[in-house]
Design a protein around this ligand. Structure first.
Ligand code: PEP
Ligand code: MN
Length: 257
């Protein structure tokens, strides 16, 4: 039976509620690269209507020779920008070793797609009293994704947001395929808020507006979008990052309550 609206979970991230009446826009760079890049992006996305800042300090890269993130320095930059803008921050935690450092600097911890079934990490996050953004693995069924969330809930942490970020498909033109049926199903089966990531869900900035509209029509409680001052120079995921003007245009095309 679908979850009744009255029994849906509200997740509190700083002063922002995810899963309530408002559609929540999360935006920011794939990777924190510098203080200026992070602050400029935060101010631009905030002016356009984003209410939470994203930014990776510990990056799960396919190749060990690619940029791995600024680590602790990245977290310190996020904390400084958070203070200066008032925007709550979400950032990825890659390993149980980093939980204390990440939790000490951000408002919500992201479990990336590659770690969705890292059960040791999920169990530790269940002990935490901070919200968790749980991305779906590109190879996971909806039930596996919801069971991964249960590992966190079972520890007593009910502050979990699910994020559909695309599943692996066969079209080389698309990095991933945003699974909106999976998003709608997850929202029907679980009381947790569900958001969509049209950046990783396509790998292409030109598809972000269409997929954002579609995700909201499918019932998403919010979106998480990658934005960079100069996407061509981004140290990660430039092809799927909007510039400031692109993010402003996106916000103008969305009907957000
Ligand atoms: C990210 O958000 O930058 C990221 C690495 O996402 P995912 O885990 O969905 O690939
Ligand atoms: Mn990214």
């Amino acid at each position: 039976m679908p979850v009744m609206e009255a029994t849906r979970t509200i997740v509190h991230v700083g002063n922002v509620e995810i899963g309530g009446a408002q559609t929540v826009m999360i935006a920011g760079p794939c990777s924190v690269e510098s203080y200026e890049q992070t602050l400029d992006t935060a101010l631009a996305v905030q002016a356009a209507g984003a209410v939470i800042l994203r930014g990776g300090a510990y990056k799960p890269r396919t190749s060990p020779y690619d940029f791995q993130g600024l680590g602790l320095e990245g977290l310190q930059i996020l904390a400084r920008v958070r203070k200066e803008t008032g925007l709550p921050v979400v950032s990825e935690v890659l390993s149980t070793d980093d939980i204390d450092a990440v939790a000490g600097h951000v408002d919500m911890l992201q479990v990336g797609a590659r770690n969705m079934q890292n059960f040791a990490l999920l169990r530790r996050l269940g002990q935490l009293r901070k919200p968790v953004l749980l991305k779906r693995s590109p190879a996971a069924t909806v039930k596996e994704w919801l069971l991964a969330a249960e590992y966190i809930l079972a520890g007593g942490n009910d502050q979990v947001v699910l994020c559909e970020r695309g599943i692996r498909s066969y079209d080389p033109e698309l990095r991933n395929t945003l699974d909106l049926a999976g998003l709608a199903l997850a929202r029907q089966l679980s009381p947790l808020p569900v958001i969509a990531d049209p950046s990783h869900g396509t790998g292409r900035r030109d598809l972000i507006p269409a997929m954002s509209r579609a995700a909201l029509a499918a019932g998403a409680d919010g979106l998480i979008v990658e934005v960079h001052p100069e996407p061509a120079k981004a140290l990660s995921d430039g092809k799927q990052s909007l510039d400031f003007c692109g993010f402003r245009s996106l916000m103008e095309t969305l009907i957000i309550e």
